[in-house]
Design a protein around this ligand. Structure first.
Ligand code: KG4
Ligand code: ZN
Length: 349
């Protein structure tokens, strides 16, 4: 291992994915392991916090061993430990935090506390073998970030590393939550996003005119998805009462079109107004094929000077490589957490 490589072991346990990763210099993934608990929660139609904590506890130590093994490094090669300390489920977060603290203490290396939402944005800094990303992502500040996940829909302004300001956020359901709830109403399984994304490819996005919540003048960059979710539920109810069949692909495509349109139009409007150097899409919903395509196309049309970035789908959903990537600037500026670090379930930007 070259002396210039600074290695961070990232740990992520904020929700239903147990993850460990080794990342060099904040951008080169040496290993990235995600153990998804999804099948254990699918039975219940959503994440059961108690089960999530127990499964994290059962899995995390082995996962770290495998992550080091795959990276070809040992504990002694690590320069720091990075862990998500919020937002998320308190019991789940505490498993990762206790593990990271123990290792930091035993190895006598720094502990870095990472905001999970910041982690999502920094997934864009990880190098991967898609066009232009092999050597250097080349991301320039200031940047505009859209974090759309199961718990958040945040539009953030990031003037420089380690600084961020929320421009808008959801007033009710998060975008991913809307996907999950609609999928549940249709009995499609959990998580709903990937299933609806897939079904929507065979459907007509204009089949059902679902509402788009643009909200009032003063809240231009805020989002709302609960009205859309209710409209889908009402539609299902009415069709049932009339004894009519539901065309599931058409419904999936029409619902997805409504979510994507609002996310794209508001984000591109913010890009036109604030003129960032880069626009970074992130969070589980950023794995959505239609969102990725439409954001890229609309940005090219209305704000072509803004460079568009979006991680590959596997780095959009929860993982620990993004936590190690987000920790790197903190390692450089030596901003470390103390060993009394606690979980902050409602942490925001
Ligand atoms: O970021 P993430 O893995 O976990 C949180 O921090 O919440 O996001 C999970 C969310 C779920 O709501 C899931 O349904 C959604 O991301 N999701 C998608 C897709 N893949 C995952 N939503 C739409 N289209 C997808 N392809
Ligand atoms: Zn997440």
């Amino acid at each position: 291992m070259l002396a210039t490589n600074r290695l961070i072991l990232g740990i992520e346990t904020s929700c239903d994915e147990t993850a460990a990763a080794v990342v060099a210099n904040g951008n080169r993934i040496l290993s990235n392991l995600v153990f998804s608990q999804v099948e254990r929660h699918a039975l219940f139609g959503g994440v059961v916090p108690e089960i999530a904590s127990r499964l994290h506890l059962e899995t995390i130590n082995t996962l770290i061993d495998v992550a080091l093994d795959k990276a070809g490094v040992g504990f002694d090669d690590l320069d720091a430990l990075a862990v998500s300390y919020g937002p998320g489920l308190v019991g789940a977060l505490l498993v990762g935090i206790a593990t990271a603290k123990t290792l930091a203490y035993a190895l006598d290396i720094p502990l870095i506390a990472v905001n999970h939402l910041e982690g999502h944005i920094y997934a864009n800094f990880l190098l991967h073998d898609q066009a232009g990303h092999e050597e250097d992502a080349g991301i320039q500040f200031p940047l505009l970030g859209l974090v759309a996940s199961g718990g958040h829909t945040d539009l953030v302004w990031v003037p420089r590393m380690r600084e961020s300001m929320i421009l808008g956020q959801t007033r009710d359901d998060a975008a991913g939550e809307a996907f999950d709830k609609v999928a549940r109403a249709l009995d499609l399984g959990y998580p709903g996003g990937p299933i609806i994304d897939c079904l929507a490819r065979q459907g007509n996005p204009s089949a059902i005119p679902f509402p788009r919540a643009y909200l009032d003048e003063g809240s231009r960059y805020d989002f709302s998805f609960s009205g859309l979710k209710s409209a889908v539920l009402n539609y299902l109810h009415q069709q049932k009462q009339k004894g009519k069949m539901i065309d599931v692909p058409d419904l999936a495509a029409s619902f997805q079109a409504a979510v994507v349109e609002v996310l794209v139009e508001k984000t591109v409007a913010a890009a036109m107004e604030r003129k960032p150097a880069s626009l970074l899409l992130s969070g589980g919903v950023a794995a959505n094929s239609s969102l990725r395509r439409q954001m890229r196309e609309r940005l090219l049309e209305l704000a072509p000077a803004v460079k568009f970035y979006c991680p590959p789908p596997s780095l959009c959903t929860d993982n620990a490589a993004m936590i190690a990537a987000a920790a790197f600037p903190y390692l450089q500026s030596r901003e470390f957490a103390s060993l009394d670090l606690n979980a902050v379930p409602n942490l925001s930007f």
